[in-house]
Design a protein around this ligand. Structure first.
Ligand code: FEO
Length: 170
């Protein structure tokens, strides 16, 4: 049985993952409004990933006999001044989520919950990829600047991204 402290912390993390989904939906709207449908597609797929991250925790909490308590989700920023700013916000947000996962892992270790420690390793690994992708795209957008063929090429590449639920997600 999960401790009350851990149950609360998992519910907080569910809220953060759903908030991530909301932030990326807003970023997708920004790029779509600039007719950069490929970059918008990247963020639409990202919303699906975040939803998956939330549901994985949601199902785990129920499997462990806990209670899912859904919390209010704050409104995301409505618009962005540039593609660079949107990718900067993405990287900052992923760094925030990494810290949050690490804090949750610290708590699971402190509470001696070996099962949760094992479960959270998936998120620790996932955050390496999340930050690396955000950082790589930010650097590339910085290189190309706000307009021109470079941004168009990034848009074209990101139009191919699709969502594939990880096999370990059940
Ligand atoms: Fe669920 Fe992008 O971290």
């Amino acid at each position: 049985m999960l401790s009350r402290k851990l149950q609360d912390a998992i519910n907080e993390q569910i809220q953060k993952e759903l908030h991530s989904e909301y932030i990326y939906l807003s970023i997708a709207a920004y790029f779509k409004s600039r007719d950069l449908d490929g970059i918008a597609n990247f963020f639409f797929v990202q919303t699906q990933e975040e939803h998956f991250h939330a549901l994985k925790l949601f199902n785990y909490l129920i499997d462990r006999g806990g209670t899912v308590v859904l919390k209010e989700i704050p409104a995301p920023p409505v618009t962005f001044n540039s593609a660079i700013e949107a990718f900067e916000k993405t990287l900052e947000h992923e760094q925030f989520i990494t810290k949050s996962i690490n804090d949750l892992m610290d708590l699971a270790i402190k509470e001696n919950d070996h099962a949760l420690v094992s479960f959270l390793k998936w998120y620790v690994d996932e955050q390496i990829e999340e930050e690396a992708t955000a950082s790589r795209l930010l650097n590339r957008v910085k290189l190309t600047g706000e307009s021109g063929p470079g941004l168009f090429m990034i848009d074209s590449e990101l139009s191919k991204r699709t969502f594939t639920p990880p096999a370990s997600g059940e």
